[in-house]
Write a protein that binds this ligand. Sequence first.
Ligand code: ADP
Ligand code: MG
Ligand code: ZN
Length: 612
Amino acid sequence: MKNMEKHHRFSLWYVLIAIWGVLLLNNLIVTSYGPKNLPYSEFLTRLQAGDITEVSITGDVIAGAMKATGKDGENDATQEFVTRRVDTDLSNELAKHNVVFRAQPESTFLRDILSWIVPILLFFGIWYFMMQRLNPGQGVMAFGKNKARVYAEKDIETRFSDVAGCDEAKTELEEIVDYLKTPERFQRLGGQMPKGVLLVGPPGTGKTLLARAVAGEAQVPFFSISGSEFVEMFVGVGAARVRELFVQAKEKAPCIIFIDELDAIGKSRSGAIVGGHDEREQTLNQLLVEMDGFDPRVGVIIMAATNRPETLDPALLRAGRFDRQVLVDRPDVIGREQILRVHAKKVALAPEVDLSIIARKTPGFSGADLANAINEAALLAARKDKDAVGMDDLEEAVDRIMGGLEKKNRVINPQEKKVVAYHEAGHAIVATFTPGADAVHKISIVPRGIGALGWTQQLPTEDRYLMTQTELLGKIDVLLGGRAAERLVFGDVSTGAHNDLQRATDIAMAMVTEYGMGQTLGQATYPRQNRPVFLSADQSGLAGREYSEATAARVDAEVKTILETAYERVTALLTGHMAVLDRVAGELLEREVLDETEFKALLGDAPPTAAA
Ligand code: ADP
Ligand code: MG
Ligand code: ZN
């Protein structure tokens, strides 16, 4: 890339040198073969002497013919000359000496060249130069189709063994590898493979790495392009690229197309400002057209990665497009140790180094952060002229990276971690002992996404179309379980429950205003209307609700009662299961993630009522 840029900077010089060369040449021709350049004074002298025979005046340039004063004595010969007029009144003088003279309209030819052609040349030169800078490696004329050329990488060396700690994602992707290796096996029964697989997860968790590993494992060509590369300066280029990409991929099938940073082109179209980014939209539309248009049997799998799935256009996620999504999350403590192990292979480690200790110290680190830590430690050790990377180097490196991450609010300190552990354990225990609540599937205190510090996943045991009042109350209980546990254990509450409270309030509100489940308001609904802001502005008071202020107050009171009763119920429940709460929280602090069986094992002899 470096060389190329150099080369392109030179080509601007070529243009400038060419222009300068032409001017110089022109000058040279004029001076050596043109008329004799006469000083004006000499012209006057020769005029007085009667040597001038003919003159034509163009502006203040006088060109003409005079008797040559050759030393060989050929006096009849004439010589052409040119001079610049200094005084203005010349005609009398000329007439006196019988000179044929005429005035000519000023020739503007040369000036035209200078004032038009040169700026145009310059403009094109600069434009050419800029084009080269923006799209290195492409000629100016190659702008349409050729610009869209995308090259496939073959023989990728990345393997699944290079990706550690995201076993679930790997398991899901193994199926894709199998398919790419032997498509016939899957097509035998008429089944279709997914066209698109979307890798979703925070930055640095190994999405790009995983996509490469799929190509490496399957040994197929890998077309990779980043979403931001699609979005070009000129409308239509992105769409042309997409087209070209698919044409080439079909030629090379079976293969993988990988679109990194899909959100750069896949942003929701409706979200754009009116008349917004046409180019991006065209590219996105073309991508949708291509994805719909190709036959999955040709063996092209489209993979994409994003860390902002919520901004994607819903059309991308529809069936037949990126309908399969693979979550690539931040690693838990075991995953972190494995990742450290993968990257430690590249450096010389001292024998006393225990990577599991480092893993335990780095909650919230992504794979990229961990790789970075190993590298940083190796640099630190090298600076100290050590033979191997020691434990102190690793810890120092971790501290440094932690400092950077803390600024981005991505690292939780031990006390916070404890609060989060009790909070999540609270959710899980309330879910277990509340009749009708969904079974706990997984509990984690590994930060996920942007806001959540931990999460408890419940899976319904069956599909439900109706919910009873008891079940809705159960949901509220589970949501409040986190905060109640914090209050019981620490005597204080944190902001971590914000989302829980909001959801609990929403459910309680719906119970009162939509499902007629309140105590005093009877079997009626109290619609809350979501009118557009500009409508409600002039009729405030009317627009928000269609019931009176007094009723509104009663709704609020009802909601409050539901939530308060629930909170008391949950506190009582947790107080009765303090031992289990401590056990689960303690184990969470140690392991960070608990699955269903591990969690059940911790419950001991207390019988979970949820199973009933
Ligand atoms: P993403 O695409 O999710 O932002 P990358 O795949 O680009 O992340 O990861 C950046 C680097 O971090 C990788 O090249 C690799 O060195 C390291 N890395 C990230 N996740 C893992 C992992 N799970 N196992 C091993 N290395 C990882
Ligand atoms: Mg990436
Ligand atoms: Zn919570």
